[in-house]
Write a protein that binds this ligand. Structure first.
Ligand code: ADP
Ligand code: ZN
Length: 219
């Protein structure tokens, strides 16, 4: 089973994908996490990607497609978070999946209104080592700046600063919203309103995914 989780920056894709991966056993693939790991390791790709990421621009399709290609098959299924983000990436994914046994099974769009997104992002911090997200207002690490999960350091992402956030929202509208139209023209996109508490959103997502699993009749 392959699921694409879509939604604007701050919709909660990463948080939910992590939990869903624990509850279902599916592999969580986040191109944002993969890129941040490349940046942290100082690799050639990381050096190239950093400038794009800090500004809130997309890393060029060619590099993203090369990076993700060998990861898109996993026996327990995959949960894609942050990919595909352009129509070119969506088409490359379809082509790559033609070589494997199953196409994309479910596309889930998590929608949140813009004021709420901006508020969430300005409150968000992230562990630089294990990528656990925190909300500085409602769910801070128990010791300031230190990750509860791994002891790494928790900081606000450069691209969560207000200038970059505004730009990321525009990039989402211009380049990623068309991916939703692409999927809608091929089949169904399940819409989830992702404004409730993280637990409520998790429940909705779990139900949606269960109803899409082979052998279960969706209604
Ligand atoms: P968010 O969903 O909060 O915007 P991500 O962690 O998914 O954050 O992505 C952070 C940054 O990494 C993006 O702004 C972009 O620069 C880069 N990135 C992640 N995924 C992709 C992708 N599929 N294509 C191009 N750039 C990407
Ligand atoms: Zn951590």
């Amino acid at each position: 089973m392959r699921i694409v989780l879509m939604g604007p920056p701050g919709a909660g894709k990463g948080t939910q994908a992590r939990r869903l991966s624990e509850s279902t056993g599916m592999k969580h693939l986040s191109t944002g996490d993969m890129l941040r790991a490349e940046v942290a390791s100082g690799s050639e790709l990381g050096l190239l990607a950093k400038g794009f990421m800090d500004r809130g621009d997309l890393v060029p399709d060619f590099h993203i497609i090369a990076m993700i290609q060998q990861h898109i098959d996993h026996p327990a299924g995959i949960l894609l978070d942050g990919f595909p983000r352009t129509v070119v990436q969506a088409k490359a994914l379809d082509e790559a999946l033609e070589q494997t046994t199953t196409p994309v099974d479910q596309v889930i769009h998590m929608s949140v209104d813009i004021d709420e997104l901006v508020k969430r992002l300005s409150n968000r911090a992230l562990c630089g080592d294990c990528q656990t997200p925190y909300s500085l207002e409602s769910d801070p690490p128990s010791q300031p700046g230190i990750c509860d999960n791994c002891g790494g350091s928790v900081a606000v992402r450069v691209d969560d600063r207000p200038e970059a956030v505004t730009h990321r929202m525009k990039v989402y509208q211009d380049l990623t919203a068309p991916v939703l139209d692409y999927y809608k023209s091929h089949g169904d996109v399940v819409e989830i309103v992702a404004t409730g508490s993280p637990d409520e959103v998790f429940e909705k997502l779990s139900q949606t995914i269960k109803s899409g699993m082979p052998g279960v009749n969706a209604n």
